[in-house]
Design a protein around this ligand. Structure first.
Ligand SMILES: Cc1cc2nc3c(=O)[nH]c(=O)nc-3n(C[C@H](O)[C@H](O)[C@H](O)COP(=O)(O)OP(=O)(O)OC[C@H]3O[C@@H](n4cnc5c(N)ncnc54)[C@H](O)[C@@H]3O)c2cc1C
Length: 511
């Protein structure tokens, strides 16, 4: 330990007070005899209306609470995508849209088949019931008239079921208002921090939060993780030691980043950057997953009503392939003209409008996250390799999506609202043109995952075992979106919270 560094000790050190980290810190400190330190890069969200008000989420993108990661050049996609990642207590659950889907049974079973023994649908069900978040369907008063008409039109155009409460039963297709983790009476978030930490922050002397404190390197003694080196807001260097375990919850970008800066990762890459190798773990940073989506925008005949929970309150799932275990195409309906990406191609933003965003629930392209510098302050490279899968499944899914979106738009009662299709525009009809447009304006719904995937002992690219322990090390687990072996067909946050709850069982040190 360098001389200028002070040292602190706790039973558990949780790195990242985000979505999964909040769950784990809260649950472990239910036992008053257990001490936990949380190392969180961002400030508290307590009292911050800009963070706690769900409908203000768009205002947080790219701001001071966003780590804002660029993507590398995407030859077949959109190279301008910025990946928002929240720098605040509660992590991305403090700036996301809080759409709350329990992963489908087929999603968990796919994990188990991929080597995550014990993570199948039947054993995971219990963890959903444990969640402390207030998960409710979009409230009646927040149901905008045009979103209601989208739901009616989609149901008629596609003959899919209308769903009230997407988490009540598994589904393969359907349209309806989402479940959200929020408090409808005041539009307050029910984020991981609000649900798990706020009620206990001032009550538990055994819970210590190091806020605005950055973890930059793990402390290893041979193969044992002893703690983590951090830098506080004031520039003080500390070594925070874990008597029992370190739990890494920094998310799908920052967990592999911290591992690699600690010498844990693909040997060749680390050596090339001059980072001393502590453990050759080739899977760190591989298997970078996301849910890409495209957009189709209409101008509306005048303004639409103002009421909404967060401007994208309803959605649609379609199963094109009856042999597929779950939905294979999804749409968010936005009550705003979402033209940020089309504008780059020359499209104009209409004064009033709406958008549908065809989304790929089970994309086949796989990306990779890697370091470009040994300096921990330099952001890692995120190469999603969007639309690079061999049989072009991902791009074809978006093309199908645009065509389905047009069918819905032609159907009443939605049709009556719409003045004209702005992007891609009614003259864009052929497969090739639609694919070109869909890929160039493709956006992310900010679901990076999979970069420290869980897997069986025989899986060389698995980073953690089914108990979430890092392979080849003692005293450290990972619990966040990075451990996802595959992407759930639905939005991932509830899956991350459930990973947090299960991690507590696996750690076994809580109440
Ligand atoms: C804009 C946006 C909208 C989204 N909408 C939805 C949605 O509606 N529904 C849904 O299901 N999913 C949504 N998601 C995705 C979902 O929010 C994430 O998948 C999930 O929250 C990730 O949780 P996590 O615990 O893996 O990481 P995070 O919640 O990102 O937590 C990581 C935490 O670690 C901290 N940290 C990172 N590195 C360090 C370090 N070195 N030192 C100290 N602290 C560190 C960060 O500050 C952060 O608090 C959205 C995401 C975004 C960004």
């Amino acid at each position: 330990m360098p001389e200028h560094e002070s040292s602190y000790s706790y039973d558990y050190v949780v790195i990242g007070g985000g979505t999964a980290g909040s769950v784990i810190a809260s649950r472990l400190t239910e036992n008053p005899d257990v001490t936990v330190a949380v190392i969180e890069g961002g400030p508290s969200d307590v009292g911050r209306e800009d963070v706690l008000t769900l409908r203000r989420w768009m205002g947080l993108l790219g701001g001071e609470l966003d780590y804002d990661y660029p993507t590398t050049e995407q030859p077949r996609g959109n190279s301008h995508i910025r990946h928002s990642r929240a720098r605040v207590l509660g992590g991305c659950s403090s700036h996301n849209t809080l759409i709350a889907f329990k992963p489908l049974p087929s999603d968990w079973d796919e994990w188990e088949a991929a080597g995550a023994k014990g993570w199948g649908a039947i054993s995971m069900e219990a963890y959903y019931a444990r969640l402390l978040n207030n998960i409710v369907p979009v409230d009646e008063k927040d149901r905008n008239a045009i979103a209601r008409d989208f739901v009616d039109a989609a149901q008629q155009a596609l003959d899919v079921p209308r769903i009230e409460g997407f988490n009540r039963a598994p589904f393969t297709d359907g349209v309806g208002f989402f479940d959200l983790a929020y408090h409808p009476e005041n539009n307050k978030r029910s984020s991981a921090s609000v649900a798990y930490l706020h009620p206990v922050i001032d009550e538990r002397p055994n819970l210590t939060l190091f806020l605005e404190t950055w973890a930059h390197r793990l402390e290893l003694d041979g193969i044992r993780a002893e703690g983590v080196h951090v830098r506080t807001k004031d520039g003080e260097e500390l070594l925070v030691r874990a008597r029992r375990e370190v739990v890494l919850c920094a998310g799908a970008v920052d967990s592999p980043r911290l591992l690699m800066h600690s010498g844990i990762g693909p040997r060749k890459d680390l050596e090339a950057l001059g980072i001393p190798v502590a453990l050759d773990l080739p899977g760190v940073g591989e298997n970078l997953l996301d849910h890409p989506e495209s957009v189709i925008v209409w101008e509306t005949d005048g303004p639409i009503p103002e009421n909404s929970a967060m401007d994208s309150d309803a959605g649609l799932f379609v199963r094109r392939d009856p042999g597929h275990p779950g939905p294979d195409l999804m749409f968010h309906f936005y009550q705003v003209p979402f033209t940020d990406n089309p504008e780059r191609l020359g499209y104009e933003r209409p004064e009033f409008g709406v958008s549908m965003t065809p989304n790929i629930p089970k994309p086949k392209s796989r990306g990779r996250l890697y370091l470009e510098s040994a300096d921990p302050a330099v952001k890692p490279a995120l190469d999603f390799r969007y639309f690079t899968d061999e049989d072009d499944y991902d791009a074809r899914t978006l093309v199908d999506g645009i065509r389905i979106a047009r069918e819905i738009a032609r159907t009443e009662p939605l049709a009556g609202w719409l003045k004209r299709e702005v992007a891609p525009g009614p003259e864009i009809l052929g497969d090739a043109e639609l694919s070109e447009y869909a890929r160039k304006v493709a956006h992310t719904v900010y679901h990076p995952a999979g970069t420290c995937r869980m897997g069986a002992e025989t899986d060389e690219l698995a980073v953690v075992d089914p108990e979430l322990r890092i392979r080849g090390l003692d005293g450290i687990r990972i619990a966040d979106a990075s451990v996802f072996p595959t992407m759930p067909a639905v939005n991932p946050m509830i899956g991350v919270l459930m990973v947090g709850e299960r991690a507590v069982d696996l750690i076994g040190g809580g109440a």
